[in-house]
Design a protein. Sequence first.
Length: 273
Amino acid sequence: MTLTRREITALLESHGLAPRRALGQHFVADPNTVRRIARLASVGPGDRVVEIGAGLGSLTLALSETGAEVVAIEVDPGLVGVLRSVVAATGATVVEGDALRLDWGALLGAGPWVLVANLPYNVATPLVVRLLEEVPAITRMLVMVQAEVADRLVATPRSPSYGAVSVVVAWWASAVVVGDVPATVFLPRPKVGSSLVALARRAQPGADYARFKQVVRAGFAHRRKMLRTALAGVVAPGAFAAAGVAQTARAEELGLEQWCRLAAWTPSGPTPS
């Protein structure tokens, strides 16, 4: 079973709780939606799933129904006790903690793990990037985020939402929007729509990531300027020709491969491979 809107409302009222805006809490109050998410995650017996922002356990229940092993993380101490009681019969493990501060290595150990989560709106982008950068045990993700955040995560060159986050995500994983979620299924109802983004890790380019990220951020910090200006002092003047990138190009025009080629050049020359 999963939780209906009436059951979520009753749980909140009986425990004197309310959604906390500061934590970006919007509970999914539709059984069909959480089961759809679990289905799109393609998990089942033998899979290990970690969920962030488990709330009252609606999605946790749906994931447990698949037969997967589930670890549910919740930062709000007021919800943790209720969450434990809701999912007690499923065998899911409940962890109280802030996903941005957890020791992920100690929690998960070796992979593979699948992240499936309705991410809090206020931390979705930094959290996805941090998990890609620091938690290789998570090999796949299916995350529900604001539609505009989803657009940035999957954006391609020359599209309106393309930015530094799009390029950084592309360095680590393939990302695609696999569905939309209407605001009507949430409690409370958000003012924006949400989308489901599937991410799958892939082999990283042979570039130095710290250097790559520095160059990308510098380029998009002045996205309306030509790269010869935006990257002045960051890459050598001769790097553009060597990388096959026009000095007059703007950040939004470059794809992952071009950013990697530019990042291979320090102000004094190419970075050793």
